[in-house]
Design a protein around this ligand. Structure first.
Ligand SMILES: *Cc1c(COP(=O)(O)O)cnc(C)c1O
Length: 419
């Protein structure tokens, strides 16, 4: 599907008067409409809840918007839990799907009554010692092997560090039940960024069957099944977006076929989507500041991998639009680079684009999830601002850019030394 920015050149120029590039821009209207569609897709399930994966976009304003749309949050660290609590998410609204979890995080999660999703069977004793066991708990399942849909391998759970094996799930449920846990949930995340309407229904089929088995084997009450994240977005124009209504319908069919006949028609369906909720509704807005003609044609922009790491880490494709040149012929081939002293700091390699002039504003698409949040401070580069484009077209700064003072703050005594 053709990628069209959610701002025009003129809008971008107006924003830049207040907030210089580079910055992350989020589209409130898009976020809200998409969240409503997800809710509609699963409206057949009483108790459906989306727990937004905070790590994707840990900005309080974004989380508040999602809260208004009825979402909870999925956290995996102390600061994510703290942010959730501060924003008024409480108890049932917080899923704690962590792994390799420090004791103090379990303690805090118990304190704020987040639902704990145990990553491993050995964590039962660890949690019991650290914070005591709750009445309701979830266990993360990893069936191992390769995860395929119709002979296409989607991902490799057998190589993933997360979750418990099938026999461990039985053992864990039995043990937890013996220790007084009354309500159980199951969770599994088997493939990432899937651009097919079959992922959730296939995963649901596996989890629902396992849930029925577990109930028979252990006699526990399974009250929710968490399909976690993994619904993707098309980063390239040759792919079509997922149809969330079709996905919801596919999960409903599996539910009717497997859970309802087993007397489990009251099981709540949970999701922990991150990318699907936010990625398309974020842009990195950046300005072309250098052109370089050597062995290749380079355009240097004022953003770098610190602002968006996915291309550098995964070689990920992010579509680029040169604002004001949306319909111009893409008759130039460029590498679009950032300024890090790392050759992987390239937003695009051998990309067909319209001719770029210095000062042109570029939009990097689909950066609303796992964008800003993955950033680091390599080369002493500072993180950018985040800006919200509101439904009425006005803008709001929702995170200022970092300053050198922020960067130096953790260096004990640094400011005391004469420079
Ligand atoms: C990262 C993560 C998610 C969200 O994944 P997306 O690919 O953004 O949908 C959900 N649950 C857990 C446990 C995660 O680690």
């Amino acid at each position: 599907m053709k990628k069209v920015p959610f701002i025009t050149k003129e809008q971008a120029q107006n924003i830049i008067k207040e907030v210089p590039t580079p910055f992350h821009l989020y589209d409130e209207k898009g976020i809200r409409e998409n969240a409503r569609k997800l809710r509609e897709a699963f409206s057949w399930n009483k108790g459906f809840q989306e727990y937004f994966a905070v790590k994707a976009t840990p900005n309080p304003t974004i989380l508040r918007i999602l809260k208004e749309e009825g979402c909870g949050v999925d956290c995996a660290s102390m600061t994510e839990l703290m942010m959730a609590e501060k924003l008024g998410f409480a108890g049932e609204d917080i899923m704690f799907s962590s792994n390799d979890t420090p004791a103090e995080e379990f303690v805090y999660a118990r304190e704020i009554e987040a639902t704990i999703n145990l990553d491993d069977i050995t964590h039962i004793d660890f949690l019991k010692e650290a914070a005591g066991l709750p009445k309701k708990i979830s266990c993360r399942f990893n069936p191992g092997g390769k995860f395929a849909i119709a002979n296409t391998i989607m991902d490799n759970p057998g190589d993933a560090k997360y979750g418990m094996t099938r026999p461990q799930m039985t053992e864990a449920f039995k043990k937890l039940k013996a220790l007084g846990v009354e309500e159980f949930g199951m969770h599994s995340f088997l493939a990432s960024n899937t651009v097919t309407n079959d992922y959730y229904p296939t995963l649901a089929g596996i989890l629902f069957k396992t849930a029925v088995e577990l109930k028979e084997e252990t006699g526990v009450k399974i009250s929710f099944i968490n399909l976690s994240g993994g619904i993707g977005v098309p980063y390239t124009e040759d792919k079509e977006p997922n149809d969330i209504l079709a996905i919801g319908e596919g999960v409903r069919k599996a539910y009717e076929e497997i859970l309802v006949p087993a007397g489990m028609g009251d099981v709540k369906i949970f999701t922990e989507l991150g990318r699907f909720m936010l990625a398309p509704y974020g842009h990195v807005v950046t300005t072309a500041i250098h052109e370089k003609h050597t062995h290749k044609e380079y355009i240097g922009v004022d953003a770098c991998a610190v602002n968006l790491m996915r291309p550098a880490i995964y070689g990920a494709y992010h579509h680029i639009t040169v604002l004001g040149k949306e319909d111009a012929a893409k008759d130039h081939v460029y590498d679009v680079t950032g300024s890090l002293c790392e050759n992987c700091d390239k937003f695009a390699v051998d990309r067909n684009l319209p001719e770029i002039e210095m000062g042109d504003i570029l939009v990097i698409h689909d950066t609303g999830a796992h964008g800003f949040s993955m950033g680091y401070n390599y080369n002493g580069k500072l993180k950018s601002a985040e800006v919200l484009l509101r439904e009425d077209g006005s803008i709001r700064l929702i995170r200022r850019k970092e300053t050198p003072e922020d960067y130096f703050r953790t260096l004990e005594g640094f400011w005391d030394v004469d420079m």
